[in-house]
Design a binder for this molecule. Structure first.
Ligand SMILES: Cc1ncc(COP(=O)(O)O)c(C=O)c1O
Length: 476
């Protein structure tokens, strides 16, 4: 971070050189002028120009200050360096939308609550939270404290840390379907392990899926833009099932009955299960001797501290969790019935970083916090406010867009009109909201630290975003 020594030392840029002056040149300029608001007072703290308050104290627009300091070049410079060495110079989940690349931030420099700052000091309300995991918010005191307390402990050894036991105890107390737990690093680890365990436990192969279960071959080999990217995997071991359609599930299960290892599903996210649906899925799995696996990557802690299985009262044989398990530190868990989980030791399961103690230390702190505070309830209330903001902004612009699905993880949907489909409208919307300092592209994830002031900023950005979409629509 580039810092100036004191607020009274704001450099004066020589005439004619105000644009694209870099920090090193500035530090050599030497001449200073008194800041008229702070004159006479010496600030003992170094100035951080990414801090709004410094900007406000000097009555400068952030953009002016940024230009003076040549700071807007930081993102550009990093982008050029990234393109020379990174195969994915932007975060691929959200930003591989080419039409957004000129407005989006590429690098975060810091985060606080629901706010993120990029390398140029541009501030954003973060409604993506790394695709969900940062349930509490950035730099939450619980996480910060756990990290500080754990600093100095060995990170990975070939032994377990006692936190592994404590986190497993917490999980078994929170999730009805958890009698035994094994940890991994990514959601994909837990989902792959679940599929492998189900196949080993049943001696069968076929898996009926609903939702997204990670990037590993068994699930994703036929999903990439390059068809058949992993020979031999494409499509024959699994099939997607239509959600909330008991008759369709029954027909598929009958068809694959002899080879059905598991029904693996996200129990709720974009579509909430209709009354009795999950119970029916449980019944169908039992009838065919297949396992029921809930992928609760999104719903665990975000929907309820005990996951969707607690909300809907349906206990799966296996549960996959990750994301908010350690509020963003890499940790996932496969949990399940004792007899089924014994198969973890009969398939190959293990990885170098499986017992990383840092993620476990943070998870332990988060799980205590989730247990003692109604985080999911709080986030749901904030999500409902977000939904209302989006729905109202859409209606005010004459659109029929709606926030769809769980309040804690909402799709921002628009109705296709003419040549402008859902994707195109989302891009128009996102370009506008990003320019106005709000970061949702298609899904909004609220965090516990999201404040009313954050929501005010979101409301202004959503209003402009929806107006922009409305103006782009073909006239009837
Ligand atoms: C429901 C679900 N399952 C599995 C995964 C894969 O998790 P990861 O990206 O941590 O491997 C994701 C990731 O978004 C997910 O949403």
């Amino acid at each position: 971070m580039w810092e100036l020594p004191a607020c009274a030392s704001l450099p004066t840029v020589p005439e004619g050189r105000k644009k694209r002056i870099d920090p090193e040149t500035l530090s050599r300029v030497g001449r200073t002028r008194e800041c008229d608001r702070c004159s006479g007072r010496r600030n003992p703290f170094p100035l951080d120009f990414r801090n709004d308050s410094a900007v406000t104290r000097h009555r400068m627009l952030p953009s002016t200050l940024g230009r003076w300091l040549g700071r807007e070049d930081r993102e550009q410079a990093l982008r050029r360096r990234a393109e020379a060495v990174l195969a994915q110079p932007w975060a691929p989940f959200l930003w591989n939308n080419e039409p957004l690349r000129d407005v989006m931030p590429w690098y975060f420099a810091r985060g606080e609550g629901a706010r993120l700052w990029d390398e140029n000091g541009r501030e954003f309300i973060d409604l993506e939270l790394g695709v969900g995991p940062t349930l509490l918010g950035h730099n939450h005191p619980v996480v910060r404290e756990a990290l500080l307390q754990h600093a100095g402990a060995p990170i990975v050894t070939s032994l377990l840390h006692r936190y592994e036991v404590e986190v497993a105890e917490l999980l078994t107390s929170l999730f009805p379907g958890a009698e035994r737990v094994v940890f991994g690093k990514n959601g994909s680890d837990a989902c792959t392990a679940a599929a492998r365990v189900a196949r080993a436990a049943t001696g069968r192969n076929f898996i009926l899926c609903h939702g997204f279960h990670g990037y590993h071959d068994w699930f994703a080999a036929d999903m990439g833009p390059l068809p058949g990217m992993v020979p031999g995997f494409a499509g024959y071991t699994k099939q997607f099932l239509p959600f909330n359609d008991v008759a369709a599930l029954e027909a598929l299960a009958d068809e694959h009955s002899h080879d059905l290892a598991a029904i693996m599903m996200e129990p709720a996210y974009r579509h909430l299960p209709q009354e009795g649906y999950l119970q029916a899925v449980r019944r169908i799995a039992d009838k065919h001797g297949a396992l029921l696996i809930f992928d609760e990557m999104i719903t665990a802690f975000r929907m309820h501290r005990g996951g969707a299985q607690t909300v809907y009262g349906v206990t799966p044989d296996l549960t996959c969790a990750g994301k908010s398990l350690a509020n963003g530190l890499p940790l996932s868990a496969l949990m399940g019935r004792k007899d089924v989980m014994e198969y973890v030791n009969k398939i190959f399961y293990g990885m170098t970083f499986q017992h990383d103690s840092v993620a476990l230390a943070v998870s332990r702190a988060c799980l205590h916090y989730y247990r003692d505070h109604d985080v999911a309830g709080d986030v749901r209330r904030k999500g409902e406010k977000l939904r209302k903001i989006f729905n109202d902004a859409s209606a005010a612009a004459g659109l029929t867009g709606r926030g769809v699905g769980l309040a804690a993880r909402m799709d921002l949907d628009f109705t296709p009109v003419g040549h402008l489909g859902l994707h195109e409208q989302r891009i128009i919307f996102a370009r506008e909201t990003i320019k106005r300092g709000v970061l949702p592209v298609r899904v909004a994830f609220p965090c516990e630290m999201l404040t009313d002031a954050d929501l005010d900023k979101v409301q202004r950005a959503f209003t402009h975003g929806c107006q922009k979409v409305a103006r782009a629509l073909p006239r009837a």
